[in-house]
Design a protein around this ligand. Structure first.
Ligand SMILES: [Zn+2]
Length: 370
């Protein structure tokens, strides 16, 4: 036992040394890409809200108007649920909010951005990614989602929500593992006695389903695609080593981690099929993970470039996580922020948008209902 430990320690030391050597030789620019996975369609089979039996609509029936608000789009992105919709209005509006109402009347209120024109009010909870309805901190109960409009004439009215979007399936969301526990949230429209209601049903579960994960780590490139290369050093091999180590560290913290590749993929592994059935984008989306980290390294042979950290994040979000990551890498790895100016959002934080629709069009084989 002792011997093995010693041996591991020595291996670690050797590994460390070889990375330092590589750093000197390649002047690496380290790139971490973080994104929040986005999933619209759930496909798990448990049905806690079967036929809406578990939900009593009688209570909200007493407070809602006959008219309903239409939800044109709803989406879970990262840890938040967001919706966009519209409703006809009769008088001037002072405020429009989404209310999460518990049985008993307790309310969580979420502000929307809204605009009115020709007696139509359009609302959206989606202003920035990771704003909106926080799914990580809900109580274990059922919530009804209602639109609450405060009119300038002093009236306050509640409207139930009907599904006017192209998504008809239930979304199943699993919260990030904390102390070996997760909440499972069923997000769905239920119909009963001519009332349509948008309901969040929150339950505690003791384990994530086998195919659900907290975090996805994507070691860049792989197979026949080496990524950056310099002499005998290949980006795909180094980021795989880093990813395996990161996976272990996150697992020690109790998180469930999925790797998009683990080094056993053959030479035929084709990075360009990222949206294919087994592609890395599809894998990340279907894993239910809240955070995706893609590790990359750039090489630069020039003596004039110092290298440094570039953390690429999704557009239109709060970049605190990206900034923290960038700062931590700079300090713990004793390196610098990248000096590259294009796509720079903050020191060490970069934002590049990718036209997903355009990309998807080029992959005819497998297309999700985005
Ligand atoms: Zn790369």
């Amino acid at each position: 036992m002792k011997r093995t430990k010693k041996k591991n320690k020595r291996n670690m030391k050797n590994k460390k040394k070889s990375y330092q050597k590589r750093n000197r030789m390649l002047l690496f620019i380290c790139i971490v890409v973080i994104a929040f996975t986005c999933f619209i369609i759930g496909k798990r089979e448990e049905t806690i809200l079967a036929n809406g039996e578990a939900v009593s609509l009688s209570e909200i029936k007493n407070i809602i108007e006959e008219k309903q608000a239409k939800v044109n789009r709803y989406i879970v992105y990262g840890t938040h649920l967001n919706l966009e919709g519209e409703i006809e209005i009769l008088s001037e509006v002072e405020n429009a909010q989404i209310v999460l109402r518990k049985e008993g009347g307790e309310e969580n209120v979420i502000d929307t951005t809204y605009e009115t024109s020709n007696n139509l009010l359009s609302f959206s909870t989606l202003d920035k990614i990771n704003e909106g309805i926080d799914l990580e901190n809900l109580d274990i109960c059922d919530y009804f989602l209602l639109l609450k409009i405060s009119y300038l004439n002093g009236q306050e009215k509640y409207y139930s929500l009907e599904n006017n979007s192209q998504y008809q399936e239930k979304i199943e969301y699993y919260t990030i593992t904390k102390n070996n526990l997760n909440n499972k949230i069923n997000i769905e429209f239920v119909n009963k006695n001519n009332i349509s209601a948008f309901v969040l049903n929150v339950n505690k579960i003791s384990k994530l389903p086998e195919d659900m994960y907290d975090v996805v780590i994507d070691p860049g490139h792989g197979g026949s695609d080496s990524g950056a290369i310099s002499g005998i050093y290949r980006e795909d091999e180094i980021v795989l080593d880093c990813s395996l180590e990161l996976k272990k560290k996150l697992e020690d913290l109790g998180l469930k981690v999925l790797l998009t590749r683990d080094g056993t993929e053959g030479k035929q592994y084709d990075m360009y099929n990222i949206y294919d059935k087994d592609g890395r984008v599809t894998m990340a989306n279907e894993s239910g993970a809240k955070i995706l980290v893609s590790l990359h390294l750039n090489s630069n042979e020039s003596d004039f470039v110092d290298g440094g950290v570039e953390v690429y994040a999704s557009p239109n979000m709060d970049y605190k996580l990206a900034m923290d990551l960038s700062d931590n890498i700079v300090h713990t790895a004793n390196t610098t922020y990248s000096k590259m100016e294009s796509f720079k959002e903050e020191l060490g934080v970069y934002v590049r948008t990718i036209d997903v629709e355009k990309n998807l069009e080029s992959f005819k084989g497998y297309k999700r209902n985005l």
